[in-house]
Design a protein around this ligand. Sequence first.
Ligand code: ZN
Length: 207
Amino acid sequence: MAHRDDDVIVNALVRQALSSTQEVMGENGLNAVLRASGLERFIGNFPPNDLAPGIKTADYARLNQAIEDFYGRGGRGMLRRIGKASFQYGVREQAAMLGIAGVALKLLPEKQRIKFILNGMVGALKKSNPNVNAWLEEGERLAYIEDTCAICHSRTSDGPICHLYVGSISEAVQWATGRSFEITETHCMAKGDPYCRFEVGEAVNHG
Ligand SMILES: [Zn+2]
């Protein structure tokens, strides 16, 4: 599936992105990247928590680019932090959409827990926009794949750039298992791959 010019992100997800960006960058930081990406209409004016079309997907990608530019070499880590905050926002504000309301995972094996939450993310995205195409791949390693990725929409790069997605997935896996796992973006549409693919690697030992 190729990116289309008329792809949109719904208000609820724009609100989630702006809230988590503000949480990590502060209000001044958020306002700076909103100006840099042509989204100043959202300064002090977040969209409502509904499923009406919010912004073009290309604008969302530009916001990601602006955050990366704002921090230079630190941009990748900052986007991961925003991705983590974004998943936590989802747990607080969109538990029903994620399918996690009232669910107890304790009795499931770890791999089932990871699949549960990643499937929940796929489901929530599809509920927000039926054009979203994302799925899980179960090979030697579990992977989360999307070929409608909004982060790298209309961007090009030599390496993978969907750092915010990496942050969200790693926070989701940590939420489901209580452990931290290495998440690697192995494929990215920005470098010409047919989809963005995020692989769940080994548990990280924080010792
Ligand atoms: Zn991507």
